[in-house]
Design a protein around this ligand. Structure first.
Ligand code: 5RP
Length: 212
């Protein structure tokens, strides 16, 4: 089983704070994400700063795009993003349009979606999905369940590279043991700790311990 990637999600309000943490952890992680919160506040400047600081890293624009796929994807690609996200309720034409403009498109799974839709995403040439425990659901007491893990397994069987995210800490990773997760995405579990670089290293060590 391949060793899952580690992605840091920069959900800061201001680019200065995001960049400070990106510089601290960038070399510890595999993938850097300009988070939705950061993009909404700072726009494509956030992607440009991250690209100029990390010319060789995979950079993701977590746009959670719902419409205007071509324009949004062209804009983030022009700013330097490799991949971007679309929300699972976006139409297939929106996803197909966005997918033409970026190196890879990821469907963010929130709320209600079906495996029939998931097959349509696969048929549209999309091979990445993000299984998400929403921040608000977690605040309301949600947690990872066997039903979530079974959905992840089924998506992987369908050919998706599946990322898992939502309030992850290094101690949550063992819940996914035995599942070939493509990438773990962690935000606050890295940047909101006392020593973000050390936390990123601990995530990596735990991933290697479980999947290595
Ligand atoms: C929120 C997101 C976050 O970037 C992602 O869930 C990681 O954040 P955290 O680890 O802090 O929950 O996409 O919409």
């Amino acid at each position: 089983m391949a060793i899952p990637n580690l992605q840091v999600a920069l959900d800061h309000n201001r680019i200065e704070d995001a960049l400070k943490d990106a510089l601290a952890v960038g070399n510890e992680v595999d993938i850097i994400e300009a988070g939705t919160i950061l993009l909404l506040n700072e726009g494509d400047k956030a992607i440009k700063c991250l690209r100029s600081a990390f010319p060789d890293k995979v950079i993701i624009a977590d746009t959670k795009c719902a419409d205007a796929g071509t324009t949004v994807a062209k804009n983030v690609a022009l700013a330097g993003a490799d991949w971007m996200t679309v929300i699972c309720c976006a139409t297939i034409p929106t996803m197909e349009a966005a997918n033409k403009e970026v190196k890879s498109l990821q469907v963010e799974l929130y709320g209600d979606w079906t495996f029939e839709q998931a097959q349509q995403w696969r048929d549209a040439g999309i091979d990445q999905a993000i299984f998400h425990q929403s921040r608000d659901a977690l605040f309301a007491g949600a947690t990872w369940t066997e039903s979530d893990l079974n959905k992840i397994r089924r998506l992987i069987e369908m050919g998706f590279k599946v990322s898992a995210t939502g309030g992850l800490t290094k101690d949550t990773l063992k819940v996914f043991e035995g599942i070939p997760i493509y990438t773990f995405i962690a935000g606050r579990g890295i940047y909101a700790t006392e020593n973000p670089a050390q936390s990123a290293r601990e995530f990596k060590e735990e991933i290697k311990r479980i999947w290595g």
